[in-house]
Design a protein around this ligand. Structure first.
Ligand code: SF4
Length: 328
């Protein structure tokens, strides 16, 4: 049976791109595994610029979104990274076996550091903390996007190096493998770039029906479809991508047929999409309302998750210290 770990940045309320690309899959993964750990990686978030009050709000909103989206504290361990100090403890241990050159070769480091005048150390050692996140729980599978595959390779390398030095006969840490599930890459509503909060082209998972329609109505469609009588190509239309994510298969067929045959206008098409989205999003919004009605609920759930995570993490660190000569 696999042990799963995955983390998400505390970016505030989830948008439908995060939901469809990662969290919907997490909800499925929490069933039938040995253990599933989902972590709001607030320590990783410190490597970017942020306002203190804003980070506090974004952590909380992310926790609300994840619970509303269907993560069930009875089935998975959900927690804030900073509530489990063993993440940074193990990261330091791993710093002592990780060659500097490996970190400097990481594409994300090269990309981000090239845009900064003064590069902080945390940006360089970010993937070491990621390795600690995963290996602290002996996770064997990590649901990741393709942009994180290189970091996961480094986690395996760190695991191998530590095992070779401190557990040569019987590897202590596993070599975690990526779980590359079919990721739905959603373009933003502008149809120009990936859905991203910083670009302002998203739909929030908890937005109201009216707010969603305000965004859908002017959203980009097939640019070749200028008049209602012009046949469209659904495969190049972002609205059709959303239909594929939210609408029933028979609706998708009908949408594609109406589009290619110029049998309806884009506004009619978007109205059908809005209805399909409601079917998925209404229960999520309802759960969010229930969760926020009890102010202490999120704090209690996240603390229970952290408590459970700390129990496993403490045991891992005990074993690590023993193998490294750090106990009497
Ligand atoms: S009819 Fe629908 S799928 Fe076709 S271009 Fe318009 S919005 Fe896109």
């Amino acid at each position: 049976m696999s042990r799963i770990f995955s983390g998400i940045q505390p970016s505030g309320e989830l948008h439908i791109g995060n939901y469809l690309g990662a969290v919907q899959n997490w909800v499925r993964l929490q069933e039938g595994r040995e253990a599933t750990y989902f972590c709001v990686v607030d320590l990783h978030a410190l490597t970017g610029n942020y306002e203190v009050a804003d980070l506090r709000r974004r952590r909380h909103e992310m926790a609300v979104s994840l619970l509303a989206a269907g993560l069930d504290p009875e089935r998975c361990t959900l927690f804030f990274q900073s509530a489990v100090p063993q993440h940074t403890e193990l990261a330091w241990i791993f710093n002592t076996v990780t060659p500097l050159g490996e970190l400097e070769r990481q594409t994300q480091y090269k990309d981000k550091s090239s845009r900064q005048e003064s590069v902080i150390t945390g940006l360089l050692t970010y993937p070491v903390l990621q390795a600690a996140d995963i290996l602290l729980y002996h996770a064997t599978r990590v649901p990741v996007g393709e942009d994180q595959v290189q970091h996961l390779e480094l986690s395996r390398e760190i695991s191998r190096r530590w095992n070779a030095r401190f557990a040569p006969d019987m590897p202590f840490f596993p070599e975690p493998q990526p779980l590359l599930t079919p990721v739905r890459r959603l373009m933003g509503l502008d149809g120009q770039a990936k859905m991203s909060k910083s670009l302002g082209n998203t739909i929030g998972l908890l937005e109201s029906r009216e707010q969603i329609w305000e965004k859908l109505r002017p959203a980009m469609t097939d640019p070749a479809r200028v008049r209602r009588t012009d046949p469209g190509n659904p495969e190049v239309c972002n609205i059709y991508s959303l239909h594929k994510a939210f609408s029933a298969p028979e609706t998708q067929v009908m949408v594609a047929d109406n589009c290619r045959g110029a049998k309806w206008g884009c506004i009619e098409c978007k109205k059908v999409l809005a209805e399909s989205m409601e079917e998925v999003l209404v229960p999520i919004r309802r759960r969010a309302a229930e969760i926020t009605a009890t102010p202490s609920y999120v704090t209690d759930v996240m603390e229970d998750g952290a408590q459970h995570a700390r129990t496993t993490a403490q045991e891992t660190m005990h074993q690590v210290y023993e193998r490294m000569g750090l106990t009497d």
